[in-house]
Design a protein around this ligand. Structure first.
Ligand code: ATP
Ligand code: MG
Ligand code: MG
Ligand code: MG
Length: 463
């Protein structure tokens, strides 16, 4: 069998020849002239392949009667030029094999536009829709491109742990890990009370692989980690998930400026990949989701990002006539509304905000000479706000210890982290890019729940 995408790609060469395809039926329509038209999709591309079945052939007719939207089948036939509009070729069936039917009375994905809310309830079937299928292909291409980007530059891929005891950064939003014997499952009160920590010690699901990536950067030079990350985000926003994927490079002998350069190069490269390698899916998103998407993406590739200090950004926000719901005083964190204002109204392009107040940021960020700010950066994009958070790390032992004291982090709990400054410390920097935020940006989908196969948010952990 040949994938439908490959059939379309090689159509010139395959015209007049026999091909076999397999997939899922989007629609079937019978004409009065005794022809059945079947739209077949196999997930390899957005386009359906039109199957033409001559109902005068008795050996096919019986099978075709059982074919409906959602059925799975294999078809063998001759590739012909199509007289129809919107398609170049069609397959004239000589043999049909039905794998599985789909009862039209109950199959939830009938030929119409379903709401995203509804599709989330059928996460086991929604990849068969145009939108979610397109997202899955773009997500795959971007994940591969992330590895390509770093591998091409000599970075090593490091697997940082999922279970860890040292995730102070996400204090208040971490998931705790417990050991649970079958007899202690939920509902058994005595059992629940007996549920232990991670073999007697508290442990959590990682909120970031950064601290462990630092360990490897201080041995291998340039590394990156790319995996799932967990945060017990309690608010329901359109850009937060409880489980999301983050790519986190960490570079030795690197300062904030280079850190920002690499982040910008990465984002530009990934956007370029979508523009060149995901054309069909991008066309779809432009047509049905966000008409200005291609223009926005092309601009990102063409021009460098804007850089603005937190202090200057705050002045811009104060001067604006926008009525924000959150305060814009020096020392307060930027909220989504501020981030979007800067990217959409002021600069109209991605913006890197650098040098945030020391009080806002975690202990490991490098303290600037003014002692009031740290060498941090957030990259913001139109429509979403933050997609990257990064910083130069504090490599000076005395300053790190002072920062820990200030932030109430015990050096005993982070002995290993402190030792990296005692033994062969070097300036280093890194950042985290959220894969789903990038996908929102490159597909135009407003809600993050649509760009991950199985969204985890409060109350949703099925499948
Ligand atoms: P936000 O301000 O949006 O809550 P953050 O500052 O808490 O994000 P960081 O700790 O800087 O996030 O994490 C690095 C990146 O990971 C973010 O820039 C974003 O792209 C992504 N990210 C963070 N939290 C989430 C989440 N809950 N769901 C999806 N992506 C996230
Ligand atoms: Mg957050
Ligand atoms: Mg933030
Ligand atoms: Mg951040």
């Amino acid at each position: 069998a040949i994938r439908i995408a490959d059939l379309f790609r090689r159509e010139q060469e395959l015209l007049g020849r026999t091909a076999r395809v397999r997939g899922w039926v989007r629609t079937r329509r019978d004409s009065k002239a005794g022809i059945s038209f079947i739209e077949l999709n196999d997930g390899s591309c957005l386009k359906n392949l039109q199957i033409i079945v001559d109902l005068n052939l008795p050996q096919l007719t019986e099978t075709v009667q059982k074919v409906s939207t959602g059925s799975s089948m294999q078809v063998e036939g001759v590739v012909n030029a199509s007289p129809g509009k919107g398609q170049s070729i069609e397959l004239h069936a000589s043999g049909i094999e039905l794998y599985g039917g789909a009862d039209p009375a109950t199959y939830p994905l009938q030929k119409k536009r379903h709401s995203f809310e509804f599709l989330r309830q059928i996460a086991h079937l929604r990849p068969r829709t145009n939108t979610i299928g397109a997202v899955a292909r773009v997500r795959n291409r971007l994940s591969y491109a992330i590895h390509q980007f770093f591998q091409d530059r000599g970075f090593y891929y490091v697997h940082t742990p999922i279970i860890t005891s040292s995730d102070c950064e996400g204090a208040g939003e971490v998931f705790r890990v417990t050991t649970l014997k079958p007899e202690n499952m939920v509902g058994n009160e005595a059992g629940e009370a007996a549920a232990g920590d991670f073999f007697g010690k508290p442990a959590y699901l990682t909120v970031s692989g950064q601290l462990q990536a630092e360990i490897y950067a201080l041995a291998l030079g340039n590394v990156y980690t790319f995996g799932p990350t967990f945060r017990a985000e309690n608010s329901n926003t359109s850009r937060h998930l409880a489980e999301f994927w983050m790519v986190e490079p960490e570079m030795a002998f690197c300062d904030l400026e280079e850190d920002l350069e690499i982040a910008q190069a990465l984002i530009q490269r990934l956007v370029e990949v979508v523009l060149t390698d995901c054309r069909e899916d991008l066309d779809f998103f432009v047509r049905f989701i966000e008409p200005t998407l291609r223009d926005t993406l092309e601009k990102v590739v063409e021009s460098p990002f804007e850089t603005v200090s937190y202090t200057d950004a705050l002045e811009l926000l104060k001067k604006s006539r926008e009525s924000f719901s959150f305060p814009v005083d020096w020392g307060s964190d930027l909220q989504a509304e501020h981030e979007r204002y800067l990217t959409e109204k002021v600069f109209k392009k991605p913006v890197a905000v650098v040098h945030f107040p020391r009080s806002l940021k975690p202990f490991y960020m490098r303290v600037n000479d003014d002692e009031k700010t740290v060498a941090a950066m957030d990259i913001l994009v139109p429509g979403i706000g933050e997609i990257v958070g990064g910083s130069q790390r504090e490599e000076r032992l005395d300053v790190l210890l002072e920062q820990m004291k200030l932030k109430g982090v015990s050096p005993d709990d982070y002995r290993w982290y402190v030792e990296l400054r005692e033994y062969g410390s070097v300036p280093h920097a890194g950042f985290g890019l959220g894969l789903e935020r990038l996908l929102q940006f490159t597909t135009g989908l407003p809600n993050i729940r649509e760009v991950i196969p199985f969204p985890r948010t409060p109350g949703h952990a099925d499948f």
